[in-house]
Write a protein that binds this ligand. Structure first.
Ligand SMILES: [Zn+2]
Length: 448
């Protein structure tokens, strides 16, 4: 029986790789057929592809890649939805948009009732897989707005039979009090907001580790798999933290961390094909090498993505890296960041993830920000640090020195300036924390 199984879908989650790939190939053919028949975009780009000619997963590479820019341009030229969707507003029940506001505006994604059933099903793999059961009470610390975020998790909780508390438009204090009042056993939020809630609990004198919360489900930022950040969340909540990752473009999560916490996230391979490619050459990279995710997702009939370039940096390892028995491969360390996240400062590569890993080992730090500037011809990198209110000033000098040394050690001796920020000075985030500010290319006068 399902209720006894650690797997949401015991049949597909334990398939042998050969069987899994045969299932993926059958779904790929069906998807190409569907996309060509229903989506004006794919009718054009896949015009010379015969679905029945796809004889192995290697044939996937014959199909063109779709980029976010393609989607945006199509939306811009044929507003409001562009040519990718297979349906217009009449066939859908809801619209969601990406949170980004760059370029030509946010992506608009339409979903039908059937799509929503699939979105919830995908989340169910993740929440069941980390141990959520019908007896749980879930608190979803999320704004329930246009950003798709935890909407799917909400429905998956209902599907499993979990009592849901939708923590929409409220203050952090009100949310924290509800978590305690309703006896929530599971909390869903971004990693940043999980830390923010824990700070609020401390301020309110709430003993969070002594509360009923036993699981924190993280999504929306890569930090859910940064070991130091995760350890901090687990310590402050007295609970286990599980990473998941998804995207508006596919409407749901495509990876989740199982109860065995292997230090990465399983790919839900019976519903997506994930390729990992070199971002420059687009050639596939092997297990254990970092590259960019390219996703083909099968369940969303309204937007049948085929080979969508995500910009996410990942490192794929075989399913056997985890002891849970799933046949689904793993992204070691979850989503490692964005391919274009890397900054080059005086010839040294700097990743936001590496900085966060160092900073989060110091729990005196409340919030931080990395600012990159150009002074004359020289690039400077400054870590701005805001201490927790109850941390005495006497601790600052020692902390600043330690951070300076450790950051240099991790970055070929690069000299980080360490600067103290005033209480409440740095931005706080509920969604998609953006702690790196690169002012080098800030437009002066007209934007380029
Ligand atoms: Zn596992």
């Amino acid at each position: 029986m399902q209720s006894q199984s650690p797997y949401w879908n015991p049949k597909t989650e334990t398939l042998e790789r050969g069987e899994l790939q045969a299932l993926q190939l059958a779904k790929l053919r069906r998807q190409v057929r569907w996309a060509k028949a229903r989506s004006p975009w794919f009718r054009r780009t896949l015009s010379d592809v015969d679905p029945d000619s796809l004889s192995s997963l290697d044939d996937l590479r014959r199909l063109p890649i779709v980029t976010r820019e393609d989607w945006m341009s199509s939306q811009f030229e044929l507003p409001p939805y562009g040519e990718l969707p297979t349906i217009g507003g009449g066939g859908a029940i809801r619209i969601h948009t990406t949170s980004g506001t760059t370029g030509k505006g946010p992506l608009r994604a339409l979903d039908s009732r059937k799509d929503w059933a699939w979105i919830a099903e995908m989340w169910a793999y993740g929440i069941w897989g980390c141990g959520v059961r019908p007896s749980d009470t879930a608190y979803i610390a999320f704004g329930y707005g246009s950003f798709i975020g935890f909407w799917g998790l909400h429905y998956a909780m209902e599907k499993i039979g979990v009592l849901n508390v939708p923590g929409g438009a409220q203050t952090t204090e009100a949310r924290m009090r509800q978590i305690i009042d309703f006896g929530a056993t599971v909390v869903a939020s971004t990693p940043t907001y999980a830390l923010r809630l824990a700070q609020e609990a401390e301020r309110l004198g709430i003993d969070l580790p002594g509360s009923a919360v036993s699981r924190v489900i993280l999504s929306g930022e890569p930090a859910g798999s940064i070991p130091q950040t995760k350890a901090l969340i687990e310590q402050q909540w007295g609970a286990r933290a599980y990473d998941t990752a998804g995207m508006t473009e596919i409407g749901t999560i495509m990876v989740f961390e199982c109860a065995h916490q292997p230090g990465g996230t399983h790919i839900i391979e019976d519903h997506v094909i994930e390729e990992v490619v070199d971002p420059d050459t687009l050639e596939p990279v092997g297990y254990g090498e970092s590259g960019e995710r390219v996703v083909t997702s099968f369940g969303r009939g309204s937007i049948p993505l085929v080979r969508y370039r995500t910009g996410d940096l990942v490192c794929r390892v075989p399913a056997s890296a985890c002891t849970c028995g799933r046949g689904f491969d793993i992204y070691e360390g979850g989503i490692l960041g964005r391919v274009d996240d890397m900054k080059i400062i005086r010839g040294t590569n700097v990743y936001p993830r590496a900085i966060e890993a160092i900073v989060r080992e110091h729990d005196e730090v409340d919030e931080f920000q990395t600012v990159i500037t150009r002074e004359g011809v020289r690039d400077e990198i400054t870590l701005r640090v805001e201490l927790k209110q109850d941390v005495g000033d006497g601790r600052w000098d020692g902390l600043a020195e330690t951070l300076h040394k450790r950051l240099a050690l991790a970055h070929e001796g690069l000299n980080f300036r360490i600067e103290r920020a005033g209480t409440g000075e740095l931005p706080r985030f509920e969604l998609k924390a953006k702690r790196t500010v690169d002012l080098r290319d800030a437009p002066i006068g007209a934007a380029s």
